[in-house]
Ligand binder design. Sequence first.
Ligand SMILES: *[C@@H]1O[C@H](CO)[C@@H](O)[C@H](O)[C@H]1NC(C)=O
Ligand SMILES: *[C@@H]1O[C@H](CO)[C@@H](O)[C@H](O)[C@H]1NC(C)=O
Ligand SMILES: *[C@@H]1O[C@H](CO)[C@@H](O)[C@H](O)[C@H]1NC(C)=O
Ligand SMILES: *[C@@H]1O[C@H](CO)[C@@H](O)[C@H](O)[C@H]1NC(C)=O
Ligand SMILES: *[C@@H]1O[C@H](CO)[C@@H](O)[C@H](O)[C@H]1NC(C)=O
Ligand SMILES: *[C@@H]1O[C@H](CO)[C@@H](O)[C@H](O)[C@H]1NC(C)=O
Ligand SMILES: *[C@@H]1O[C@H](CO)[C@@H](O)[C@H](O)[C@H]1NC(C)=O
Ligand SMILES: *[C@@H]1O[C@H](CO)[C@@H](O)[C@H](O)[C@H]1NC(C)=O
Ligand SMILES: *[C@@H]1O[C@H](CO)[C@@H](O)[C@H](O)[C@H]1NC(C)=O
Length: 383
Amino acid sequence: MKIYNIIISFIILFNGICNCFEYTDTFQVYYLEAPLMYAKYGDLLSHINAFHSGVGFRSIYNASEQFTVDFTAQPSIISSLFPASIVNESLRTEINWDSYATVSIQTLINDTYWSSQQHIMNCTGEQLAQYLCWSPTFNNTKYNLFDVRDAESNQVYLPSRICNDFAWSSFDALFNLGATVVSNLKPSRDYITLYVTQEPVKIEYEDEATWNEITKFYIDLEKLKEMNESMTSLVKTMDHLFNGTFFLYVDDSYYNLSLAVFKTPISFTYTPTPLPSGTPDKSSVGYNSSCYSPLNPNKPSSISGGWIFIIILSCGVSTYLILGVIVNKFLLKQSGLDLIPNRSFWSGFGVNISAGFYFIKSKITGSSSSQYSYISSSSSDNL
Ligand SMILES: *[C@@H]1O[C@H](CO)[C@@H](O)[C@H](O)[C@H]1NC(C)=O
Ligand SMILES: *[C@@H]1O[C@H](CO)[C@@H](O)[C@H](O)[C@H]1NC(C)=O
Ligand SMILES: *[C@@H]1O[C@H](CO)[C@@H](O)[C@H](O)[C@H]1NC(C)=O
Ligand SMILES: *[C@@H]1O[C@H](CO)[C@@H](O)[C@H](O)[C@H]1NC(C)=O
Ligand SMILES: *[C@@H]1O[C@H](CO)[C@@H](O)[C@H](O)[C@H]1NC(C)=O
Ligand SMILES: *[C@@H]1O[C@H](CO)[C@@H](O)[C@H](O)[C@H]1NC(C)=O
Ligand SMILES: *[C@@H]1O[C@H](CO)[C@@H](O)[C@H](O)[C@H]1NC(C)=O
Ligand SMILES: *[C@@H]1O[C@H](CO)[C@@H](O)[C@H](O)[C@H]1NC(C)=O
Ligand SMILES: *[C@@H]1O[C@H](CO)[C@@H](O)[C@H](O)[C@H]1NC(C)=O
């Protein structure tokens, strides 16, 4: 009797894992970069737009099991630099912004688009599922183009929040969830830095003079959008704008930046940046339990009794019958109808399934199998 229960339990267990769970899969994690996009706004913004980046996952068991997760400025990167509109209201001029960013999850890696793919980590299916639950914490949040640093000490005053920051936050989250870093790689990423001579001052209260300064700055900045201006006038505008004070709009506030005009105050760099290291801390990863699941949402999350029966009928029945007949014929020397394995078993079908599970569970966990013994003693059998 025990043998049949064990065989059935294994059949169910294996079918369960193969059809329903990919938590045991191994995924390769990629740092994805899209090629230089030629921006219609010319040199300045084509640099800003140099690379888009994202995080890719590819199962080592099934090459078509793929995910891409990326962070994109909405409606565009331009809208994080230039106001949506500047309008004269009755009391004062209003600067309106329409800038945010979204996280998107796709179930493929577009090899045409992501022309650079660096394998940087390995993770399990379970870690991937947890990561995908973490990623929406970046959804519909701010997009900050500039990294503001001290010109002397390089200290970061205001961090950027662009696609690369999302990618590195993703690597941190995966690392803390237990993913392994493949080697001492230092992939390169874009930084768009504004260098300042002192800590940015957040403008808490806008009196008329302050507000006029800010609006004048943005009205001037808007001129940069007119790229059909001559190169000379463009350089003049930039010289003027990046000459001293810059009013940066971050998280619904304006910051007064004193740009480091003695050096180039704005820089675009593509710099090797370390991957996470140290001791992973799973508790630092916040995620939402009701979120996107990589498991096919159409598949039942737990196998019901009906599914167990179908699985046994479709996959297990031949193994079960063949093994049963062999056991009965050669070990138990039975013949005729008695060769059909476990005849009396079928009357207590449900009970025996759970008995088998308890038996295997007790073998795995080392706990007492008293429940199994109890049930099996009540279903006397020919084994
Ligand atoms: C591989 O993954 C794809 C996408 O999830 C799935 O449609 C396909 O059935 C899988 N193939 C195998 C052999 O599991
Ligand atoms: C707003 O008013 C100022 C003068 O107060 C004017 O110079 C400017 O062109 C006006 N802007 C718009 C968008 O109407
Ligand atoms: C992949 O990317 C290319 C280039 O950006 C694009 O033309 C194509 O439509 C994309 N394919 C899919 C399936 O999204
Ligand atoms: C992010 O929000 C948008 C709607 O603004 C939604 O369509 C998208 O699925 C969300 N992404 C994730 C990863 O939840
Ligand atoms: C990552 O997975 C690959 C198989 O795709 C394996 O060869 C490699 O040793 C793994 N690396 C780590 C650090 O686990
Ligand atoms: C911004 O800072 C500069 C230099 O510290 C100062 O001269 C200027 O008045 C400030 N502007 C505003 C609007 O706070
Ligand atoms: C730039 O082109 C737009 C139309 O494409 C035009 O309205 C605008 O006046 C031009 N600006 C300059 C400075 O020539
Ligand atoms: C830059 O600022 C300095 C001092 O504040 C001033 O003398 C110079 O004219 C400014 N240059 C431009 C192009 O605005
Ligand atoms: C989890 O996600 C659901 C649906 O996306 C949302 O309604 C809920 O507020 C989220 N909970 C937390 C704690 O973020």
